[in-house]
Design a protein around this ligand. Structure first.
Ligand SMILES: Cc1cc2nc3c(=O)[nH]c(=O)nc-3n(C[C@H](O)[C@H](O)[C@H](O)COP(=O)(O)O)c2cc1C
Length: 168
């Protein structure tokens, strides 16, 4: 056991997640960031959440938008996760993207997309928990997701284990 604060990144990294791109059109150009903190929250109403660091320079631009896209990256899109998680100025260079009529930016070829607006924001330590209302969504059957674990991008190795596990 290690004292809290010493090894947070290493131990948080033991929890596998997907990788999303949270993005919108700012002045006609795509702006966005990679986020592994995406969590589906509620079925009725449909809500999802992402935690954003107070140090983010992109989030203050996005949070002013009426609609924000969230793309769940596919396993072949590690380069997109790296690019959107960097501090490069033109993060969408070399990334295939499209915008929806209401201004969401979606990554082409992603495993799933959400078209969202901000419902609520909660200050929590050095991050804000952003709760989004989902207005439209879609997923591509058979497109496997990108996995983030231990600071490394991975794909889903092997097939399902045992029976399907559905929440009640
Ligand atoms: C795989 C991955 C996951 C990330 N997840 C988050 C996240 O959940 N929340 C967050 O605030 N930043 C996250 N980041 C970092 C942001 O993407 C990064 O801070 C941001 O792109 C920096 O630029 P900004 O100042 O424009 O926000 C992640 C980065 C990577 C590579």
């Amino acid at each position: 056991m290690t004292a809290v604060g010493v090894d947070l990144r290493r131990v948080y990294g033991a929890y596998p997640t997907g990788v999303t791109v949270v993005a919108g059109l700012v002045g006609g150009n795509p702006a966005g960031l990679a986020a592994s903190s995406f969590v589906p929250v509620s079925l009725d109403p449909p809500l999802v959440s992402v935690c954003v660091a107070h140090t983010s320079t992109t989030w203050p631009l996005l949070r002013a938008l009426p609609r924000i896209g969230i793309s769940v990256l596919a396993s072949h899109q590690g380069h997109v996760g790296r690019r959107l998680g960097s501090r490069e100025a033109d993060r969408f260079a070399g990334v295939d993207w499209r915008s929806t009529p209401d201004g969401c930016v979606q990554v082409e070829g992603a495993a799933a997309w959400y078209d969202c607006s901000i419902e609520r924001q909660f200050r929590s330590g050095d991050h804000d928990i952003i709760v989004f209302r989902v207005h439209a969504l879609d997923a591509q059957a058979g497109v496997p997701p990108l996995i983030y674990h231990g600071g490394t991008f991975r794909d889903l190795a092997g097939g399902p284990i045992g029976e399907r596990a559905s929440a009640p």
